[in-house]
Structures are given as structure tokens and as C-alpha cells.
Design a protein around this ligand. Sequence first.
Ligand SMILES: [Zn+2]
Length: 184
Amino acid sequence: MRLWGCMVGLGAVLLAVGALAVRAPAVGAPAVGASSSILEMTPPIGGLALANLRDMFNELHNGHPHEAIDIMEPRGTPVRAVVSGTVRKLFLSKPGGNTIYEFDEMEVYCYYYAHLDAYAKGLHAGQRVQRGDVIAFVGSSGNADQRTPHLHFAIFELGPEKVWWKGKAVDPYPGLVAAVKRTK
Ligand SMILES: [Zn+2]
């Protein structure tokens, strides 16, 4: 009887281990280190609520994996730097419109803001920004629908070359949820 109970217990442990294995970080969601800037993010939009966030990292948009989150906001809503770091590149792209690539202090992650209506006055590549600084305004530039302005926000883990155009997409949803909860 005792042995049976023990074996049931062992079975439960094995099941739990199996569940953990299944839930191990998938591609695109690397484990986040204790010093990761993702853990220190503040929301890119003031007054953001959990209801404004939906995990859409794996959705297909225009036939491509989205690998980002869209936050619907009125045109002109200030967009704030989610971490302190450096504006590495302001780039006008056909799909993204006016975009910002921001590196964190350690140059581990790149934070990407797209479909911007405009940049904050004087914003330029190489500029140091503090977390919470207004860096741009929500819009629908690029391939966004004019009727649904939104912030397209993504996070990339930079490769060893530390170049703004190359990185591995990380799902921004969990980090944003945590950031919103910290503001409550
Ligand atoms: Zn998007």
C-alpha cells in the first residue's frame, strides 16, 4: 500500500516534469535572465490597462508571423521609451512606416516601435533616452490601416554583431503584462 502510494507520487512527479518540458521556452521566447531590461520595462503608453493587451506574437499578419504586439490608441497618443537606452536608428520602412529601434543599456535587447505618426521633436539616432521619455506619437504610417492607428511594438534579442536590423524576436506580451501590473 505504502509502495503503491509512493509510485503514484512518482508518477505525479514524472507528469509534472513532462509538463515542464512541454512548457520549456519555445523558439522566439528565450529564457529571460535576472538582469534583463525586459523585466524593468514600463508601458510604452501612459495609462495602459491589461485589457489593451492581447498576445498576438504567433498570429499571421499579411502572411508573415507578427512577432509583435499591436496596441490600439488614438492618433497622437504619446509613445514612451519602455527602458533606458539609446535610440539606435530612426527608419522609414514601407511596412512599418516611421519606426524607432532602441537598444537597452547593455545592448542585449532592441525595442522596436512602428507605425508612428511622428517622432518627438529633435529625436535622433545616438540619442540617450530614459525610461518613460516621450519618443514619438501613435499613428498609422506604413501599411497600417488609416482608420486604426496603433503602436506596433516588438522586442528583439540582439546577436553578437549588435546591429539594429538583425535579432531574434521575443514575445513582448508577458513583459508588457508585468509592466502594466507594476504600475498598479
Ligand atoms: Zn503589428
